[in-house]
Design a protein around this ligand. Structure first.
Ligand SMILES: C[S@@+](CC[C@H](N)C(=O)[O-])C[C@H]1O[C@@H](n2cnc3c(N)ncnc32)[C@H](O)[C@@H]1O
Length: 288
């Protein structure tokens, strides 16, 4: 009779099952879930040791969910941005590593600014806003979000980061398309960041997004630019002269976002930048 299988054998099977289900990082996802179950870093998994029955059962449940294309971050309950953990689950967009370069650009803008005022539009889990606050304890950071479910995740993250010692941020319930958004900050903001919804309505996405993440976090009208348009106007209203804006977008929207910013006649140094996959990912500009 054969004994319990080793973790390595379980992972080999899991990798194949997840790949067959269409999950794109099947080995990495299987290891992430095993690390979550065992409470160890993924780099230190005991692959040659037998996996106990309780851990094997829990891991199989999570692997079955992942095979249904539930985002791996919903299963572990966390994602990372800017070196901090962000709690996520059903009802909130999962922060992506695609956003790291936008965050890095924003922090660079702030390098020579003391006590900066920063705004994060469409904050979701509050990941970008909290990553800025973590990197810049002297910053006053405002974040705004419309969806109640996302707001409850954001509140949880705001409280967790404050408890961890970061400077607390201000979280606002609001609509970034409102022309009076943050009217008290008009002309006084040093940096405005946004990863808004930008997918063209009707486009088919992988199940991790289409079936499991909230529709308003992803889709933005017939051209995907409805919220981005509002973000560019908000940046023109809110930034001080010299202040910086960075807006994440789909890899086919670079020209459109640059032209929206250019059309406002309020910005200079308008440029587009690529992500870790070398795809166009975010547009930046400086307020004149
Ligand atoms: C792509 S998600 C990004 C979340 C977060 N910034 C991140 O990078 O993880 C976009 C977010 O914008 C929010 N949103 C969509 N339309 C909005 C609006 N008009 N006003 C405020 N938030 C909005 C969605 O609910 C969602 O949380």
């Amino acid at each position: 009779m054969s004994g319990p299988r080793t973790l390595g054998e379980v992972l080999d099977d899991a990798e194949k099952t997840l790949a067959d289900a269409g999950a794109w990082a099947s080995r990495q996802d299987a290891e992430t879930l095993a690390a979550h179950v065992l409470g160890r870093p993924a780099q230190e998994l005991p692959v040659d040791e037998p996996l106990g029955a309780a851990a094997a059962g829990r891991l199989q449940e999570l692997l079955a969910d992942r095979a249904r294309r539930v985002p791996v971050e919903y299963l572990t309950g966390r994602a990372r941005l800017g070196g901090i953990d962000i709690q996520v689950g059903p009802g909130v967009f999962v922060p992506r590593k695609h956003t790291e370069p936008l965050l890095a650009w924003g922090l660079k803008v702030l390098e020579n600014v003391e006590n900066p005022v920063v705004v994060d539009l469409c904050t979701g889990s509050a990941a970008i806003a909290l990553a800025v606050a973590h990197a810049r304890p002297d910053a006053t950071v405002h974040a705004v979000e419309l969806a109640p479910d996302a707001l409850s995740w954001a509140r949880r993250n705001v409280a967790a980061r404050a408890a961890a010692g970061d400077t607390p941020i201000s979280l606002h319930e609001g609509d970034v398309t409102a022309p009076d958004l943050f009217s008290g900050l008009r002309g006084g903001v040093d940096l405005l960041l946004a990863n808004p919804p930008f997918v063209v309505e009707g486009r088919v996405l992988p199940p991790e997004w289409e079936e499991h993440q909230p529709h308003p976090a992803l889709f933005s009208g017939h051209d995907g630019l409805v919220v981005i348009r509002a973000v560019t106007s908000a940046a023109a209203r809110l930034l001080r002269p010299g202040g910086g804006v960075a807006i994440e977008h789909d890899d086919e929207q670079a020209e459109a976002v640059m032209s929206l910013l250019g059309g406002l006649q309020a910005f200079e140094d308008i440029a587009d930048h690529t992500d870790h996959n070398d795809l166009p990912r975010y547009t930046t500009a400086r307020r004149i």
